[in-house]
Write a protein that binds this ligand. Structure first.
Ligand code: ADP
Length: 264
């Protein structure tokens, strides 16, 4: 049995990055990053390309290992757990459990092309969570309705627009009922006329949900509308953070001022 005590207090961060440094070879991508995210909190990461935003997300998804520092999700260390005073590598089962708390949607949708939309959404419920098919279908249909795709459940990904495919990808992550959702530039690969429908779906989820959300985005209006807190990253550091009002109306650092001036 797990010896980890799960803490799910509302005021207790659901995500806690401590002193995280990440290097690729000589290139230091994140420098001693500290970041707490509260349950249900919506944060947006903004900043120039290459400033480390995706790396912050990939570390949380355990797709990258930190060079140093720790990350906790729901009170559990991602990389190591302390047992009898020793640090030991986390095992696959542990990582799987921690990962199951997090849903991620990327720029590219990565749907299964040979499966219907419904099956794309039920696949992990049936094969990972071992949920009976009828129950999985019911849950998937509810979610597909929420993202406006009820009419397309029997279609295949190739029959859908980019915006619809991205909404399937969102449904596929949501159906697992994660406590944290990560959206990494989910509209960057879309034709401009399809961006709005995807952002509207995310706004809807944000307004309903008690899920924490991390939004990596270049859509400043969207960040302003959805986020409780905005973090500006540059050169591997969180240079400035605050409410949307603080960030957009009173940016303090010259680097943030210069970054925002590109969107005027
Ligand atoms: P952002 O999301 O802000 O654009 P990233 O986190 O994707 O930034 O990247 C930060 C820096 O880390 C970039 O310079 C990128 O080239 C580098 N980087 C990211 N992943 C790797 C990798 N697997 N190997 C080498 N360098 C990487």
């Amino acid at each position: 049995m797990s010896q980890i005590i799960q803490r799910m207090d509302e005021n207790e961060p659901i995500v806690r990055y401590r002193n995280i440094t990440k290097s690729f070879g000589d290139h230091i991508v994140l420098k001693e990053l500290d970041l707490d995210i509260l349950p249900g909190e919506k944060i947006a990461l903004i900043g120039p390309s290459g400033s480390g935003k995706t790396t912050i997300a990939r570390l949380l998804m355990t797709l990258e290992e930190p060079t140093s520092g720790t990350i906790e999700v729901g009170g559990e260390m991602l990389w190591h757990m302390q047992r009898k005073g020793n640090w030991v590598a986390a095992n696959e089962k542990h990582l799987h459990r921690v990962r199951s708390k997090i849903g991620m949607v990327f720029q590219h949708f990565n749907l299964f092309p040979h499966m219907t939309i419904l099956r794309n959404v039920t696949e992990a419920l049936v094969h990972v969570l071992k949920m009976p098919k009828s129950e999985a279908n019911q849950r998937a249909l509810e979610i597909l309705e929420r993202v406006g795709l009820k009419e397309h459940t029997q279609h295949y990904p190739a029959q859908l627009s980019g915006g619809q495919k991205q909404r399937v990808a969102i449904a596929r992550a949501l159906v697992m009922q994660p406590q944290i959702m990560l959206f990494d530039e989910v509209t960057s690969a879309l034709d401009p006329e399809l961006v709005g429908e995807v952002l509207d779906v995310i706004k809807g989820i944000a307004s309903e949900g008690d899920m924490a959300m991390i939004l990596i985005t270049h859509e400043m209006d969207f960040a302003r509308d959805v986020a409780d807190r905005i973090l500006f990253t540059d050169g591997g550091l969180i240079v400035e953070q605050g409410t949307p009002k603080d960030i957009f109306e009173n940016p303090e650092s010259p680097r943030l001022q210069s970054f925002l001036s590109r969107f005027l």
